[in-house]
Design a protein around this ligand. Structure first.
Ligand SMILES: NC(=O)c1ccc[n+]([C@@H]2O[C@H](COP(=O)([O-])OP(=O)(O)OC[C@H]3O[C@@H](n4cnc5c(N)ncnc54)[C@H](O)[C@@H]3O)[C@@H](O)[C@H]2O)c1
Length: 342
C-alpha cells in the first residue's frame, strides 16, 4: 500500500467514525495548493502535516515541499545557493502570514532569529509523548530499553534526552551502519563520534550489527527516526518519528501482538510545535529562554496525548485512529464554521 493510500484509508475511517458529510469529506481531501514533485508522497505528507498541526492544536494548516538531492554530498556554499534559489522560486507563496517553511529531513538549523530549543524539539517531543503513554501503564522512561533507527536531528536528540532520563538506548542505526550494546550505548560519545566521522560506523562502544537486523532487536520502545516503511517485531511500543513509517498490514500484525503504536502525527509533532513557538516569538520580537520553550512543549505534547486518548475512548479506537479523528474533526469543524456548505 503506498503512502497516499495508507493515509487516505486512515482519513476515511476517521471520517466514518465522525459521521462526516460525504461532500465535506471529499472537499477536505483536496490540497489547497500542490507544486508537483512526487505528487503522491507530497500529498500524503501535506495531509499528515494538516492533521498533525490540528492534533497539536496550533493555528496552522499543512503543506510539504522539498528538493530532491543528497545534502550530505554538497558543500556548505552549494547548500546555501540551493536553498536561496529554492526560496526565490517559491518566494511568492511563502511569508510570515502565508506559509512558513520549517526544517525536516536533510536540513539543519542554520538560521537567524531561530528559537532556542528548536533543534532538539522533535526528539524532546517524542520523549514527552512516550513518557505520557508509559505513565498510563505505570512505567517511566528509566529502565526501558530503546532501539532507534536514524541518528540525525531527531534520532540523536531523542537518544540523548532518553538516556539523560535514565532510558537504556541499546541499539542505533544510521545510513552508515548500526551499533548495539545491551548495557546501553554511551550517547554523548556516539554523538561525538558521529560528528567527527559523518556517521556511527566504526564506533567502538558496542558491537557493529547488520542495520536490517536492528528492526528485529528485542526492546521495549522502537523509535523509527529515519525513513518510511519500517517494522519491528519485538518492541512493546513503537513511537513513529518518520511520517507513515509502518505499512498497513504490518500494523495489523503488530496490533495482534499487543504492540502499542504512538502515531507519527502525535509522536513527531514536537518539531512543528516549536516552529510555531518560533513564529510567535519572531512576530512579537520577544525571545523566550530555553526553559520556557521546553516547558511549553511539554504542555502541548501532554495535552495532545490526552486529547488523542479522549478520542480513543469516545470512538473506541486505537491511538492512530484517535489522533486521526482528533485532527480531522478539528479541521472539519473549522471548515464548516468558515462557511462551508454542501
Ligand atoms: N526534523 C524534524 O523536526 C522532524 C519533524 C517531524 C518528523 N521528522 C521526520 O523524522 C525523520 C528523521 O528526520 P531528521 O530531521 O532526523 O533527518 P536527518 O536528515 O537529520 O537524519 C536522518 C537520519 O536517518 C539516517 N538514515 C537514512 N537512511 C537510513 C537507513 N536506510 N537506515 C537507517 N538510517 C538511515 C541518516 O543516516 C540520518 O542519521 C524523517 O522521516 C523526518 O521526516 C523530522
Amino acid at each position: 500500500m503506498n503512502a497516499l493510500a495508507a493515509t487516505s484509508r486512515n482519513f476515511k475511517q476517521a471520517a466514518k467514525l465522525l459521521g462526516l458529510d460525504s461532500k465535506l469529506e471529499k472537499s477536505l481531501l483536496i490540497p489547497f495548493r500542490e507544486i508537483k514533485v512526487d505528487p503522491d508522497e507530497v500529498n500524503a505528507l501535506a495531509q499528515l502535516m494538516t492533521w498533525k498541526t490540528a492534533v497539536a492544536n496550533i493555528p496552522y494548516g499543512g503543506a510539504k515541499g522539498g528538493i530532491g538531492c543528497s545534502p550530505g554530498d554538497l558543500s556548505i556554499s552549494e547548500l546555501e545557493r540551493l536553498t536561496r534559489v529554492f526560496t526565490q522560486k517559491i518566494h511568492d507563496l511563502i511569508g510570515i502570514h502565508a506559509d512558513v517553511p520549517a526544517p525536516d529531513m536533510g536540513t539543519n538549523s542554520q538560521d537567524l532569529g531561530g528559537s532556542l530549543g528548536r533543534d532538539a524539539a522533535t526528539g524532546r517531543g517524542v520523549l514527552f509523548a512516550t513518557e505520557a503513554l508509559l505513565a498510563e501503564h505505570g512505567k517511566g522512561i528509566a529502565g526501558q530499553r530503546f532501539v532507534i533507527q536514524g541518528f540525525g536531528n531527531v534520532g540523536s536528540w531523542a537518544a540523548q534526552l532518553i538516556s539523560e532520563a535514565g532510558g537504556k538506548v541499546i541499539a542505533i542505526s544510521d545510513v552508515t551502519g548500526a551499533v548495539k550494546n545491551t548495557n546501553g550505548l554511551d550517547i554523548p560519545k556516539l554523538v561525538k563520534h558521529s560528528a567527527e566521522n559523518r556517521g556511527i560506523k566504526g564506533f567502538n562502544g558496542g558491537d557493529s550489527i547488520d542495520p536490517h537486523s536492528l528492526l528485529t532487536e528485542e526492546c521495549d520502545v522502537l523509535i523509527p527516526a529515519a525513513l518510511g516503511g519500517v517494522i519491528n517485531k519485538l518492541a512493546l511500543l513503537v513511537a513513529e518519528m518518520s511520517s507513515y513509517p509502518l505499512p498497513g498490514f504490518h500494523l495489523q500484525i503488530l496490533a495482534k501482538k499487543g504492540v502499542l503504536i504512538l502515531p507519527d502525527i502525535l509522536a513527531n509533532s514536537g518539531g512543528v510545535t516549536v516552529s510555531y513557538f518560533e513564529w510567535v516569538q519572531n512576530i512579537q520580537g520577544f525571545m523566550w529562554d530555553e526553559e520556557k520553550v521546553n516547558a511549553e512543549l511539554k504542555t502541548y505534547m501532554t495535552r495532545g496525548f490526552k486529547d488523542v486518548k479522549e478520542m480513543c475512548r469516545s470512538h473506541n479506537c486505537d491511538l492512530r485512529m484517535g489522533a486521526f479523528t482528533l485532527g480531522v474533526n478539528r479541521v472539519a469543524r473549522a471548515t464548516v464554521l468558515r462557511g462551508w456548505e454542501a
